[in-house]
Design a protein around this ligand. Structure first.
Ligand SMILES: C[S@@+](CC[C@H](N)C(=O)[O-])C[C@H]1O[C@@H](n2cnc3c(N)ncnc32)[C@H](O)[C@@H]1O
Length: 445
């Protein structure tokens, strides 16, 4: 095998005397294709993964400095339902070099940064799967996002289930479709020309294509290998619940993390024993969480390691190649979803924020949400996933929490298993997106 030498930081000279292009060394200076206009104004209250808040919305306008005719670069994209968005965590404050981080889902326990979706990573690059609402000229309209207003976008690519979802690569024995004696077409054509890839159309699904659902399905295929008929039956029911609930998708999604905070409590010192990081399909725990958020809350924080033990399904590497596997600490993390309630005052406040397009002179109006009801749903989704950092959750539990989504500036507080919205005021105007003259983004340190 050829020796791969560390390329070092400096560009090298080629025989012709030119400087070796940055692409060769990977030391990229790249230019954002655009800056996101997002309903989330600050990091506070921005969901940790796109699946948490399907009502969240954003717009990306391709910059004219990238393509003279931005609309040309988007031709054909409208035929896809979802796109990958690559972006820079530009509000991290500094570049992070912590090898271990503390995902909020693990409530203080640490894990390697590359095993998480933490924004704090050596190359501050984020990857989000967003729903493509529409393409209009040189602009792309998205929903289900987890990026803040002004985020520099490096690239977008279509989501193609056949390429991007491991279970679409093979069709192992024991999958649901064969069990039901129905062969499912790989792709269903939709009237609008979009192609929706779904292996299991006979199972009930939400209103919108759910790329994440495929991952769940493959996990279930693994579980089918379990010998007990009873288990299989249970799992069958679970499968249906999981597909129908957006919460299911959210659970596996929340792997974001915070940089280690030395002020945090001793629980933050909890470490995950690598021996316990077994890859397992955590059907049981997931079902338990779905049945009762409170129940899921019950294991004490220091039982994280215990929960990592005893996987229900330990696929071999061959199995793993056929299905998407996540460790149990992702699906069985000790942080449950919260109940969300609004005080009468907050309800009244919300009613006073008028929907977009029908502004009352005396009222603020939403830019991204179509109604106060939609805004309410978004606020509920954000809060039920508990957007607080581990530090805030543990040491500042009784402090008020603020965040802004679209035109709503929300004040709330948290109890043990609930979040209560106290006030909703008009948020400050977001910064207008203008094309900066200097926009080269240096990736990494
Ligand atoms: C955990 S990251 C996950 C992002 C992406 N889905 C991924 O997996 O790479 C999402 C969090 O990053 C933070 N965030 C979003 N946009 C950001 C930006 N432009 N700069 C810094 N932090 C950002 C928000 O606090 C949000 O909750």
């Amino acid at each position: 095998m050829r020796d791969l030498k560390e390329p070092g930081c400096r560009p090298t000279a080629t025989p012709c005397g030119c400087v070796k292009p940055a692409l060769e060394t990977g030391n990229l200076l790249t230019e954002p294709i655009g800056y996101l206009e997002s309903c989330f104004l600050t990091k506070n209250g921005t969901p940790r993964q796109p699946s948490i808040c399907s009502h969240s919305r954003a717009c990306l306008r391709i910059r004219k400095s990238i393509f003279n005719n931005p609309e040309h670069s988007l031709m054909g994209l409208e035929q896809f339902s979802h796109i990958w968005v690559l972006f820079v965590f530009h509000k991290n404050g500094h570049l992070s070099c912590k090898a271990k981080v503390q995902p909020p889902r693990l409530n203080g326990a640490k894990v390697g940064v590359f095993a998480t979706r933490s924004p704090h990573r050596p190359s501050a690059i984020g990857l989000t799967l967003a729903k493509l609402e529409k393409v209009e000229g040189g602009a792309v309209y998205l929903s289900g996002i987890d990026m803040i207003h002004g985020t520099p976008i490096l690239d977008i690519k279509p989501y193609i289930a056949d390429y991007d979802s491991p279970q679409n690569l093979t069709d192992p024995l024991g999958d649901f479709s064969s069990q039901n004696n129905e062969r499912s077409p790989k792709a269903d054509s939709q009237p609008d020309g979009k192609t929706e890839s779904c292996d299991l159309p006979q199972l009930s699904r939400g209103n919108e294509p759910q790329p994440h659902a495929n991952t769940e399905e493959k996990k279930l295929n693994c579980l089918e290998d379990r010998p007990s008929g009873e288990n299989n039956k249970k799992h069958d029911n679970t499968a249906k619940v999981r597909r129908n609930s957006p919460k299911c998708r959210e659970m596996a999604a929340d792997l974001s993390s915070e940089p280690r905070n030395d002020q945090s409590s001793s629980a933050a010192e909890e470490k995950i024993n690598p021996d316990h990081l077994g890859k397992g399909i955590s059907e049981k725990g997931t079902a338990r969480r779905l049945r009762s958020g409170k129940e899921a809350n019950s294991p004490p924080e220091n039982s994280v390691e215990m929960q990592l033990e005893g996987p229900h399904c330990l696929p071999s590497m061959a199995d793993a190649a056929q299905c998407s596997v996540v460790p149990r600490w992702v699906t069985e993390a000790p942080v449950a979803s919260l109940q969300v309630r609004f005080t009468p005052h907050a309800e009244m406040d919300l009613g006073q924020l008028s929907p977009q397009g029908k502004p009352d002179a005396s009222q603020a109006s939403f830019r991204y949400f179509q109604s106060a009801k939609e805004a309410r749903r978004a606020i509920e989704a954000v809060l039920s996933a508990d957007p607080r950092s581990v530090y805030r959750r543990k040491l500042c539990q009784d402090r008020l929490y603020y965040f802004s989504v679209d035109m709503a500036h929300v004040t709330c507080w948290f109890g043990d298993d609930f979040a209560e919205v106290l006030r909703i005021k008009p948020a400050p105007e977001p910064v207008q997106m203008t094309d900066p003259t200097e926009s080269l983004v240096s990736l990494g340190s």
